[in-house]
Structures are given as structure tokens and as C-alpha cells.
Design a binder for this molecule. Structure first.
Ligand SMILES: Nc1ncnc2c1ncn2[C@@H]1O[C@H](COP(=O)(O)OP(=O)(O)OP(=O)(O)O)[C@@H](O)[C@H]1O
Ligand SMILES: [Mg+2]
Length: 455
């Protein structure tokens, strides 16, 4: 049941609101003072707090500022008529809405609905993140390949220092996975790991994404925004796809990499942060330097320690282990002949392609064993590919879930998936949840990596 706390020192108003809300099916508590409210909010599990600004013992705004970070409850602030500046301040302090006295019950109801919706979305996002974005448990670091073993040893050695690391390797070899691993075993593990997706940020936004901007730095900059480098302070800054950074931006990045100093866009003050920089690329940066597409001074800053991650075809010994790990989450098995064929295949998309293949085959194979045709890429026409999927005769439901998972991985955002599917965000969430439940109650989830990378 949705629970609401009414904080209002006018008793007759408070009991009127209480009665009306109870009639609507809410659980309602009411208090008259800020102190009582504080105690209840911290203890209780309220969804919404209706907070009057003028309380007998304190200003509701101060209470809001003090407590909003410590609870998941949404605040609706009640202000005196015409008191716009307080309302604005309340919104800045984290209130989700404000209403002015005197107000009608309808307005209050709309406002509560809005706050509840906001809260539900936040919770969904959190839940989704926890199973879609936490991929650390997925990592397979056991290896039978001497080549990869050597690389892991190098990485582990470098992780403990603050040295700049450049990870090179084909797409899907695990550059991001390894960057996260480096962070996790470094002394910075309790601080943030911030990904800068260099390929995805438009050139004109790069500086402000990276270094933040001051209020009024340009039209639309209505408040100060912290940049990614500041968010990473104390932790690791992962410059993914660094080869995609346009030349003019490279110059700005160079200064930061050299000094760890930067200015927010529109700001004069220089700030300094303490970050370890890991970069990754699947391009040949030296070749790009020769062609004048990448600054040599930047390259020599970021590649103090360079690691080339081998493609999967050069460490085929690890395929059985990876397959086994990916299958375990689906409680499926693989026949020896199938595994042999998987090992013989060259996997141009590397570990990611292998994982996707196993995922697809596990979802669509009916029996205990995964179907060979479903996990081996046909490398043929679109029709053959369709034939492979359809010959397993998936139900419409299976197809729906599989397609949703595919889109989510590709587009990386629930909003975008909803747009393509022509359905609501809620429906997308529901499908992704169903997908997870379908695959049992694992410690992690088979789809925990879905959101992390846009293939
Ligand atoms: N060691 C590993 N153990 C388990 N899974 C792995 C491992 N390495 C890679 N993967 C899988 O492959 C996927 C791709 O890995 P990652 O995103 O790190 O690749 P990448 O090298 O950054 O690729 P790209 O160049 O395309 O960005 C991961 O989401 C993960 O599922
Ligand atoms: Mg990557």
C-alpha cells in the first residue's frame, strides 16, 4: 500500500487531507512538527511526504535539504499563496513538486500521482541497473592460453600503480571488461569507474561532457554541470574508443592528461582531480598518427603502458571455458561435437560474438542441449540466418523477448527500445524482467551484460 506522511502544523488542514487520502486508499500518517517528521521519515518507509514550509519548530525547506538525500521518499512541498521563490528553492532542494495554499484536493492528487510515478521510474531504473549493468561477476579470468596468461600478469602488475594504460584489441576482445578489472584490483576500487564513450559524444559537446560547464556558459546551460573527469575524482577514467576523438578535442584532452587540471566551460577557475586514466581502442593509433589523424603527443601520454589483447582465435584454448560459463547461466548443456565446431570457428566478433551466440542458442533451444545450428553463425544469407532461428520454431513470446534483448543491447536505452517497439517503457522493463525470470534465479543474470555494450 502506498504510504504518505503529512507534515503540517495546522491540525484541521492536516486531518482533512488525511481523511481524503485514506478514502483514496493510501496509508497516511500525520505529524505537526519538523522534529517528529525527521524521525518518522528516517524510520518509516514513506513513498510521498507532503511537507508544509511553515512548521512550528523549523522551516520545511531546511528539513527538506537535510533529509531528502537520506530517503527514497518523494517530497511535495506546500507553500503559502504567491510564495514563488520558496517554491523554486524547494524544487532545487529536491522536491518533486509544490502546491500553493489554498489548493483543491484534485491538484493534490495529481501531484501525488506524479511523485509516485517518478518514484516508480527511479526504482525500476535502479533494479534494472543492478541486473543489467553489473557485469563484474561475468568475467572469466581463468585461462589456458599462455598468451592471455602473460597479458593478465602484465595487467595485474600495472594495476597497482597509477600508470596510464592503453588497451588495444579487436572489437569484443574484452577491453572494457579488463579496464573494469584493473580498476577493481587497484587501490581505487572503492572510488568511481567512469566511462567516457569517446565515439558517442558529438564534437561540440565533448568539452562540456568531459570538464563540465558553469551556469550560463551557453544558451541552455541553466545550471552548473560537473564533467566526467570530476565525477571520476579519486577513481578511474576510462577513455573508451579514444581513436574516435576529433583532433581539436585531442588538444584539450592532452592538457588534462598531462596535468590532471581543467577548467569547466565558461569558468575561470582551474580545478585538479586525481584520476587514473585507462584508454581503449580497436584502431591502429600509430598509423593514425602517421596520417595526421591522431596527435603523437597524446598517444605518448596515454600509452605509457600498452597492452595488446589477443583476438579469441589466438586463444582458442579458452573457448570451452567461456562457453561453459555462458551456458551455466541458462542451465543448458553443449554436445562435444558442437563445442568442437565452436572452437574451430574464427569468431571475428570475439568474446562478445561467442557470448551472443550462446545466449541466442540457449534461449531458442528447446531441450537440455543447445542446438548447433543456432549458435554457429551461418555466415550465409539473411534467409539462412532466419532459417536457423525459425527452424527452432520459437513461440511469438520467445521471439518477442529475444528481439527486445537484442534491441536493448544494440541501443542501450529503454527509451530507445520502447520507441522502436512502439510500446511503453514499462512494457520494455516488463519484458526484460521476464527474460531474467525465465532463466532462473541466478546469482547474477544471464542478461547482466545486455546494457553495457552497444554492439
Ligand atoms: N574475460 C571475459 N569473460 C567473460 N566475458 C567476457 C570477457 N571478455 C569479454 N567478454 C564478453 O564480451 C563482451 C564484450 O567485451 P568488451 O565490451 O570488454 O569488449 P571491447 O573490447 O571493449 O569491445 P569494443 O571494441 O567493441 O568496445 C562483454 O560484454 C562480455 O560479455
Ligand atoms: Mg569497448
Amino acid at each position: 500500500m502506498v504510504s504518505i506522511l503529512v507534515v503540517e502544523d495546522d491540525e484541521s488542514l492536516s486531518s482533512l487531507i488525511g481523511r481524503k487520502l485514506k478514502r483514496k486508499g493510501f496509508r497516511v500518517d500525520a505529524v505537526g512538527s519538523g522534529e517528529e517528521a525527521k524521525e518518522l521519515i528516517e524510520k518509516g518507509n514513506y513513498d510521498v511526504v507532503l511537507l508544509d514550509i511553515k512548521l512550528s519548530d523549523m522551516n520545511g525547506l531546511d528539513l527538506l535539504k537535510e533529509i531528502s538525500g537520506r530517503t527514497n521518499a518523494k517530497f511535495i512541498v506546500i507553500t503559502g499563496y504567491g510564495d514563488v521563490s520558496t517554491a523554486v528553492e524547494a524544487m532545487k532542494a529536491g522536491a518533486s513538486d509544490f502546491i500553493q495554499k489554498p489548493f483543491s484536493f484534485d491538484i493534490l492528487e495529481v501531484s501525488i500521482e506524479k511523485a509516485l510515478k517518478e518514484k516508480r521510474l527511479e526504482e525500476e531504473n535502479k533494479a534494472l541497473k543492478s541486473f543489467l549493468f553489473d557485469k563484474e561477476h561475468e568475467i572469466v579470468l581463468e585461462t589456458r592460453s599462455p598468451l592471455f596468461k602473460n597479458i593478465l600478469q602484465m595487467i595485474e602488475g600495472a594495476a597497482r600503480s597509477d600508470i596510464n594504460i592503453l588497451l588495444r584489441g579487436e572489437t569484443g576482445t574484452g577491453k572494457e571488461v579488463l579496464a573494469r578489472y584493473i580498476h577493481r584490483i587497484s587501490d581505487r576500487r572503492d572510488k568511481p569507474f567512469i566511462v567516457v564513450d569517446c565515439g558517442a559524444i558529438p564534437e561540440h559537446l565533448f568539452e562540456s561532457e568531459l570538464f563540465g560547464h558553469e551556469r550560463g556558459a551557453y544558451t541552455g546551460a541553466t545550471s552548473r554541470k560537473l564533467g566526467l573527469v570530476e565525477l571520476a575524482d579519486g577513481g578511474t577514467l576510462f577513455l573508451d574508443e579514444i581513436g574516435e576523438i576529433p583532433l581539436p578535442v585531442q588538444a584539450k584532452l592532452l592538457r588534462f592528461v598531462e596535468t590532471r587540471r581543467f577548467r569547466r566551460v565558461g569558468g575561470l577557475k582551474e580545478h585538479r582531480v586525481d584520476v587514473r586514466i585507462i584508454s581503449a581502442t580497436n584502431r591502429d593509433l600509430k598509423e593514425m598518427v602517421r596520417k595526421g589523424e591522431f596527435r603523437s603527443d597524446l598517444l605518448y601520454r596515454i600509452n605509457t603502458f600498452e597492452v595488446e589483447i589477443p583476438p579469441l582465435r589466438e586463444r582458442k584454448e579458452d573457448i570451452p571455458l567461456l562457453v561453459e560459463t555462458f551456458l551455466r547461466r541458462y542451465r543448458k548443456r553443449i554436445k562435444k561435437e558442437t563445442l568442437k565446431k565452436l572452437t574451430a570457428y574464427d569468431w571475428p566478433g570475439n568474446v562478445r560474438e561467442l557470448r551472443n551466440a550462446i545466449e541466442r542458442a540457449s534461449l531458442l533451444s528447446k531441450g537440455e542441449y543447445i542446438d548447433e545450428n543456432l549458435c554457429l553463425p551461418s555466415g550465409e544469407s539473411k534467409e539462412a540466418c532466419m532459417e536457423n532461428i525459425f527452424s527452432a520454431m520459437p513461440s511469438l513470446k520467445d521471439l518477442e523477448l529475444l528481439y527486445t534483448a537484442y534491441l536493448y543491447r544494440k541501443l542501450g536505452s529503454v527509451d530507445k527500445v520502447a520507441k522502436v517497439l512502439g510500446c511503453s517503457r514499462r512494457t520494455v522493463f516488463r519484458k526484460l524482467r521476464e527474460l531474467r525470470e525465465r532463466n532462473g534465479n541466478f546469482e547474477g543474470s544471464p542478461f547482466s551484460q545486455l546494457g553495457v555494450h552497444r554492439d
